[in-house]
Design a binder for this molecule. Structure first.
Ligand code: PEP
Ligand code: MN
Length: 342
């Protein structure tokens, strides 16, 4: 529920309203926007105090809180949130590209990948150390050793590291080694994991579940923010539909829909959507044109021999060409993408 305040409501009035709600046991969020001031009740049960609240001095009207995700909703915070991964800003005018292999396989493989994606203009290195594989017989990742290799790649290249966390008990270990924690599609509904990444300091890359609606993704993001961590970046990575010609169906509609519903930055993963490297550049270009704040792309120095997702991984050369194309697309839609000098 949202209390819309009167235009001339004084600070004292606002404080009284907040105090009343907090005494009733509610958590509140105050927003000052060009459209006016609002006090939002976070969570459920506000109907019980609606009558008293509506009668309080300074309250102009009550509005139902339709989405159920007040902390991530645009209604409550109209200006876009910029999420910083150290000095890299996601959600500003710059398109931020994260790239690297699906999984960390060896020292040579991750260092070669890091050198290549850095030279092409990526700002973050991706690579799974803990892999949530559909089959228990598939490569499950190098675990802690993979994290150490990622840290070495960061030292060498200056790239920030984004890597997936699959279990609440690993969150501290991951937060120690990575700059950004990824929640994978298979774990978007793992609410204990969402709360766990909500109570650690690293920013979070939250991927859309393959069978989740946009609103379900926003509710998952709300878990992280409600847990205490406001630094969440959302990722559209394709959903399961009746169409089987591509690995998933990239829901590009989700980009403008998310931009309308939430203030959080939105990135797109064209690799897991396409499933085939040939189709990745087209989806990547379309995503930037559609208003995404960034991309996460799988790149491998030797895709045919990758331990996971080789079929959808770009070669370093193909990735470098894509980055050049993205510069043009970015500027056509009023964004920036700067590549390093060759
Ligand atoms: C990945 O990023 O390698 C991955 C497993 O992605 P998703 O969770 O989107 O399937
Ligand atoms: Mn992958």
């Amino acid at each position: 529920m949202i209390a819309v305040l009167e235009r001339d409501a004084t600070l004292t009035r606002k404080a009284e309203i907040v105090r009343f709600l907090e005494q009733e046991g509610f958590r509140v969020q105050v927003s000052e926007t060009p459209e006016g001031s609002f006090v939002s009740v976070v969570g459920e049960g506000a109907e019980s105090v609606a009558e008293v609240l509506a009668g309080m001095p300074g309250v102009a009207a009550l509005r139902p809180d339709a989405p159920g995700y007040p902390l991530v909703s645009r209604t409550h915070k109209p200006e876009a949130t910029r999420v910083k991964v150290d000095e890299v800003v996601i959600g500003g005018s710059e398109i931020v590209v994260m790239a690297g292999p699906c999984s960390v396989e060896s020292r040579t493989q991750i260092l070669e990948s890091a050198d290549a994606v850095r030279a092409a203009g990526a700002k973050l290195l991706r690579g799974g150390a803990f892999k949530p594989r559909t089959s228990p017989y598939s490569f499950q990742g190098l675990g802690r050793e993979g994290l150490e290799l990622l840290a070495e790649a960061r030292e060498r290249t200056g790239l920030k590291v984004v890597t997936e966390v699959v279990a609440p008990e690993d969150v501290d270990l991951l937060a120690e080694h990575a700059d950004m924690l990824q929640i994978g599609a298979r774990n978007m509904h793992n609410y204990r994991l969402l709360s766990a990444v909500g109570s650690q300091p690293r920013p979070v890359l939250l991927k859309r579940g393959m069978m989740s609606t946009v609103d379900e993704m926003l509710l998952a993001a709300e878990y992280v923010v409600a847990g205490g961590n406001p630094r969440v970046v959302l990722c559209e990575r394709g959903i399961r539909t009746f169409e089987t010609s591509s690995r998933n169906t990239l829901d590009l509609c989700a980009v403008p829909v998310l931009k309308e519903r939430t203030h959080l930055p939105v990135v797109v993963d064209p690799s897991h959507a396409a499933g085939r490297r040939e189709w990745v550049p087209a989806l990547a270009r379309a995503a930037v044109a559609a208003g995404a704040d960034g991309l996460i792309v799988e790149v491998h120095p030797d895709p045919p021999n990758a331990a996971s997702d080789g079929r959808q991984s770009l070669t370093p050369d193909a990735f470098a060409s894509l980055m050049k194309e993205l510069v043009t697309i970015a500027s056509a839609v009023g964004r920036r993408l700067e590549l390093p000098e060759p």
